[in-house]
Design a protein around this ligand. Structure first.
Ligand code: ZN
Length: 151
């Protein structure tokens, strides 16, 4: 049994197992129309999508179709795949420590739980000073240029 990803003519994506590679593609389980094999999704390093990130996953009851079983299963599968991926590729998960502050000097580099506050503040101040002066400089020039070209 080989698992493949399929996509039907209506754009439904589904996974199905076939006995062999030459087996014809099964019909879409949702609408019954013909489907084509899709290249496997999980191929890090080969530019294939790693799936939606945690931020892109639905967090509310409405977002999962008010509990529609198929919708929930769909997201559950994606979340599970994402979790497996993050286990193998920790850099995908990013920094998941809670953010304590993300305003002012922490705008570009949020202060997170576990950070050494003294170090974080001085680093943020340095970065803020560097980018702040650069930003306002470039910003005022850019807006002047924009006005000029718009007029
Ligand atoms: Zn379909």
């Amino acid at each position: 049994m080989i698992l493949y990803d399929y996509r039907c003519r209506d754009g439904h994506n589904f996974e199905a197992g076939v006995a062999s590679m030459s087996e014809p593609a099964p019909a879409c389980p949702r609408c019954g129309s013909a489907a084509d094999k899709r290249p496997s999704r999980v191929q890090i390093g080969n530019r294939a999508s790693a799936g939606p990130s945690r931020e892109q996953m639905p967090k509310s009851w409405n977002a999962v179709g008010r509990g529609d079983k198929e919708t929930i299963r769909h997201w559950h599968d994606l979340a599970e795949k994402r979790e497996n991926l993050e286990e193998r590729y920790p850099e995908l998960a990013g920094d998941r420590r809670p953010v304590l502050a993300h305003e002012g000097i922490f705008h570009d580099r949020p202060l997170r739980a576990g950070d050494d506050i003294g170090t974080a503040v001085s680093e943020a101040l340095v970065a803020d000073a560097a980018s702040g002066s650069a930003h306002s400089h470039v910003g005022s020039r850019a807006s002047a240029t924009n006005q000029g070209s718009a007029a």
